[in-house]
Design a protein around this ligand. Structure first.
Ligand SMILES: [Zn+2]
Ligand SMILES: [Zn+2]
Length: 250
């Protein structure tokens, strides 16, 4: 009942639309007044680390120098993940964290529109031939307290920016997993093992699927999702995230 009470009424939403039209647009990250809507201010723009080539052909890790067509990083050379290609827009750091948190906890769903555009651009090579976008699901108990899944929000925004259609509920979380936040890599992998499944009655056989999430840290969650999709016969599994954490110095 509390949710119904806190949801903005139609009048409030209409009011906000009017206010948005009258007040100057604000920076997506810091709230500073900017010249156009859905943009960053100059300072935030300069502070964000956008990934750009040259990068690892598999995981998109930026290289300090050009390494030649198709070059892969040491991690990808050592061990192949269950997914085929991964790309991210931004390095996950204190600056991009502002955007991730705003999307996750703030009531700023309009932010997704701008981020979806960025992700559509950064993920061009894996999105162009993809059949479906599959957001990493939240467990319903968390969905209930947060009201929306930020990965789903991003997936819909990528689609709106010209990306493939979204299969919002094809991947399901079978059990509630403790928050990954404070866990180390091995514990994260254990934490999510067996946590995801394909919804009964759906088929990804022969399909090219792209997993969408907000942040990639150790990669344990997307690895587990990719494993499920491959096992179910997906022909290609890509990963596209807004931000990606790099190890210090990486
Ligand atoms: Zn700013
Ligand atoms: Zn790599």
């Amino acid at each position: 009942m509390q949710h119904a009470a806190t949801r903005p009424s139609r009048l409030q939403r209409w009011g906000r639309t009017v206010v948005d039209a009258v007040l100057p647009p604000r920076c997506l990250a810091c709230g500073e007044v900017v010249g156009e809507p859905d943009a960053l201010c100059g300072l935030c723009w300069a502070a964000m680390s956008f990934f750009a080539p040259p990068w690892c052909a598999v995981c998109g890790l930026p290289f300090p120098h050009p390494m030649g067509e198709g070059a892969v990083c040491a991690d990808c050379a050592r061990q192949r993940a269950s997914w085929h290609r991964a790309r991210a827009v931004l390095r996950y750091d204190k600056h991009s964290r502002q955007l991730v948190l705003a999307l996750k906890h703030g009531d700023r769903t309009h932010l997704a529109k701008a981020l979806g555009l960025w992700m559509r651009r950064a993920g061009g090579e894996i999105l162009d031939r993809a059949d479906l976008l599959v957001p990493v699901p939240l467990h319903w108990t968390r969905l209930f307290t947060r009201r929306y899944n930020q990965a789903g929000l991003l997936a819909h925004a990528i689609h709106a920016a010209g990306g493939p259609p979204v299969a919002p509920d094809w991947l399901v979380r079978r059990r509630h997993t403790p928050s990954q936040g404070r866990l180390r890599a091995a514990a994260r992998a254990r934490n999510v093992r067996g946590a995801f499944a394909l919804r009964p009655g759906r088929s990804v056989t022969g399909k090219r699927v792209v997993i969408i999430d907000d942040v990639l840290t150790t990669g344990a969650t997307v690895e587990e999702c990719a494993r499920v999709l491959r096992r179910e016969g997906a022909a290609f599994v890509g990963v596209l995230t807004l931000a990606r954490a790099l190890r210090a110095g990486g």
